[in-house]
Design a binder for this molecule. Structure first.
Ligand code: ADP
Ligand code: MG
Length: 344
């Protein structure tokens, strides 16, 4: 069986099927943003890990080491946030090629630790070795949660409303600007212009930890995931896990003023950046109708973008009122084009 035949998520599913489920204390295993287990009746712990590879996840020709460290921490903490948890500790493992200096590694940890400090999280260990092929970063984060308020990917029901925090598409637009040769004016510049804002959203995303804790504590969200692969992919993940479909109104998807201001410089129309571009690390969640009043009373910047439906498909309603079926267009490490090419 070729990797490109099964795809990233098919492969993960096969790994899950042949792996032990663990003892009864495992509350959530493979399949959600983080795993959860309950070592004692009163505590629920969370764990998640992510790998970032040079040439796959980042390009050192336009990523500075501080930002790389920041982002490596942010993507992990975002998965703890997506469960409604509080991040507590991290482990890091690095594979370092001969081209990287000790100073650059320490700059990576300045960025990493600045992000951890914002959320009261500490680095408590890891591993370091030489790499023959590019910089390898592996981060594991541990968190804790109130068992009753954990929000899974499995709780969405037809009729629930779909919400996102913040704005979508900024990080993908920022990546395109970087690939076009546009660079940050300097990290500490006050009042950055729209381009610098988008670059920052790509290079140093902010995990929505406070928002997730407010949401989880309120009991309003029936399901939640963080937007790491793109709105269409992550919403389809959530739908799959909840055995539902969804309909979203393209016009309702929140776009930042910065993205609107630079859209004419970009190669694609805006919705593509939100739907297929990943790495925004916003929260995507569903709310049953009876909890909408409570949700609106919470101190959160959230936007309603659509509704959970029966079935399994994702439908996008265009501003003209046309409906089109949307597949998974976000990031897959073994994409379909590659799959059919390999099958030929
Ligand atoms: P996220 O984008 O939230 O980090 P992923 O799509 O990477 O989530 O992973 C989906 C689920 O599959 C998670 O529960 C993750 O822990 C699990 N997973 C991914 N790769 C593996 C693997 N190689 N072995 C075991 N579990 C895995
Ligand atoms: Mg996630």
């Amino acid at each position: 069986m070729d990797l490109s035949e099964v795809g990233e998520f098919g492969l993960i599913d096969r790994i899950r099927k042949i792996s032990p489920r663990g003892s009864r204390e495992v509350v959530i295993g493979i399949g959600d943003d983080a795993a959860a287990w309950r070592p004692t009746a009163s505590s629920t712990l969370l764990a998640t890990t992510d790998l970032l590879l040079e040439g796959v996840h980042f390009d050192l020709s336009y990523t500075d080491y501080y930002s790389l460290g920041w982002k490596s921490a942010a993507v992990n903490l975002s998965d703890i946030a997506a469960m409604g948890g509080t991040p507590r500790f991290c482990l890091t493992a690095l594979g370092i090629p001969a081209t990287v200096s000790a100073g650059q590694v320490l700059e990576f940890y300045r960025g990493f630790n600045d992000l951890l400090r914002r959320y009261g999280t500490a680095l408590i260990g890891g591993d370091t070795c030489a790499s023959a092929n590019g910089l390898v970063v592996s981060v594991t984060a541990f968190g804790e949660a109130n068992g009753r308020s954990i929000v899974r990917r499995t709780g969405a029901r037809p009729g629930d409303r779909i919400f996102v925090t913040g704005t979508l598409g900024d990080a993908a637009a920022g990546l395109e600007l970087l690939q076009m040769g546009i660079r940050e004016p300097g990290r500490k510049k006050k009042a950055p212009g729209p381009e610098a804002h988008l670059l920052e959203r790509h290079l140093r995303p902010e995990p929505r930890i406070k928002e997730a804790l407010v949401l989880a504590g309120s009991g309003c969200a029936s399901s939640m995931i963080d937007v790491s692969d793109g709105l269409s992919s992550d919403l389809l993940h959530l739908c799959e896990q909840s055995a539902v479909g969804a309909e979203i109104r393209e016009e309702a998807v929140p776009r930042s003023p910065a993205l609107a201001a630079v859209e004419h410089e970009l190669h694609q129309r805006w919705p593509a950046y939100a739907l297929s571009g990943g790495e925004d690390y916003e929260l995507l969640f569903t709310v049953p109708p009876r909890r909408l009043v409570k949700l609106r009373s919470l101190p959160l910047n959230v936007t309603e973008i659509g509704m959970v439906r029966k079935g399994r498909s994702l439908t996008i309603v265009t501003p003209e009122g046309r409906k089109r079926r949307c597949g998974r267009t976000g990031y897959d490490h073994f994409p379909r084009a590659q799959r059919s090419a390999a099958a030929q």
